[in-house]
Design a protein around this ligand. Structure first.
Ligand SMILES: [Zn+2]
Length: 61
Protein backbone atom coordinates (compact mmCIF):
# COMPACT_ATOMS: atom_id res chain seq x y z
CA UNK A 1 0.00 0.00 0.00
CA UNK A 2 1.82 3.07 -1.18
CA UNK A 3 -1.22 5.33 -1.31
CA UNK A 4 -1.60 7.54 1.74
CA UNK A 5 -4.78 9.21 2.88
CA UNK A 6 -5.21 12.94 2.98
CA UNK A 7 -4.74 14.18 6.60
CA UNK A 8 -7.51 16.75 6.17
CA UNK A 9 -10.50 14.84 4.84
CA UNK A 10 -9.05 11.40 5.64
CA UNK A 11 -11.07 9.85 2.89
CA UNK A 12 -9.26 10.57 -0.35
CA UNK A 13 -5.79 9.49 -1.28
CA UNK A 14 -2.93 11.94 -1.56
CA UNK A 15 -2.41 13.47 -4.94
CA UNK A 16 1.20 13.90 -6.14
CA UNK A 17 0.24 17.33 -7.35
CA UNK A 18 -1.04 18.55 -4.00
CA UNK A 19 0.75 16.27 -1.55
CA UNK A 20 0.56 15.75 1.30
CA UNK A 21 -3.06 16.56 0.56
CA UNK A 22 -5.57 15.20 -1.90
CA UNK A 23 -6.46 18.52 -3.43
CA UNK A 24 -5.76 22.23 -3.36
CA UNK A 25 -8.91 22.69 -1.30
CA UNK A 26 -7.66 20.46 1.51
CA UNK A 27 -4.28 22.20 1.39
CA UNK A 28 -6.02 25.53 1.99
CA UNK A 29 -8.10 24.04 4.79
CA UNK A 30 -4.96 22.84 6.54
CA UNK A 31 -3.29 26.20 6.08
CA UNK A 32 -6.25 28.07 7.53
CA UNK A 33 -6.19 25.77 10.55
CA UNK A 34 -2.59 26.62 11.20
CA UNK A 35 -3.28 30.33 10.82
CA UNK A 36 -6.06 30.14 13.38
CA UNK A 37 -3.80 28.32 15.79
CA UNK A 38 -6.39 25.67 16.46
CA UNK A 39 -4.77 22.84 14.57
CA UNK A 40 -3.88 20.76 17.63
CA UNK A 41 -6.93 21.50 19.74
CA UNK A 42 -10.06 20.52 17.80
CA UNK A 43 -13.37 20.92 19.55
CA UNK A 44 -12.05 23.30 22.16
CA UNK A 45 -14.68 25.83 23.25
CA UNK A 46 -13.81 29.36 22.29
CA UNK A 47 -15.79 30.99 25.05
CA UNK A 48 -17.18 29.78 28.31
CA UNK A 49 -19.92 32.01 29.55
CA UNK A 50 -20.77 31.92 33.24
CA UNK A 51 -24.16 33.47 32.69
CA UNK A 52 -26.79 32.01 30.42
CA UNK A 53 -29.27 34.69 29.41
CA UNK A 54 -32.92 33.75 29.46
CA UNK A 55 -32.54 31.11 32.16
CA UNK A 56 -34.22 31.93 35.49
CA UNK A 57 -32.41 30.89 38.63
CA UNK A 58 -34.57 28.29 40.46
CA UNK A 59 -32.96 29.08 43.81
CA UNK A 60 -33.99 32.74 43.60
CA UNK A 61 -37.59 32.27 44.78
ZN1 LIG B 1 -8.42 15.83 1.39
Amino acid sequence: MSQRKCPVCETRTVSPEFKPFCSNRCAEVDLSRWLKGSYAIPGRPADQADEVPGQPDPSDA
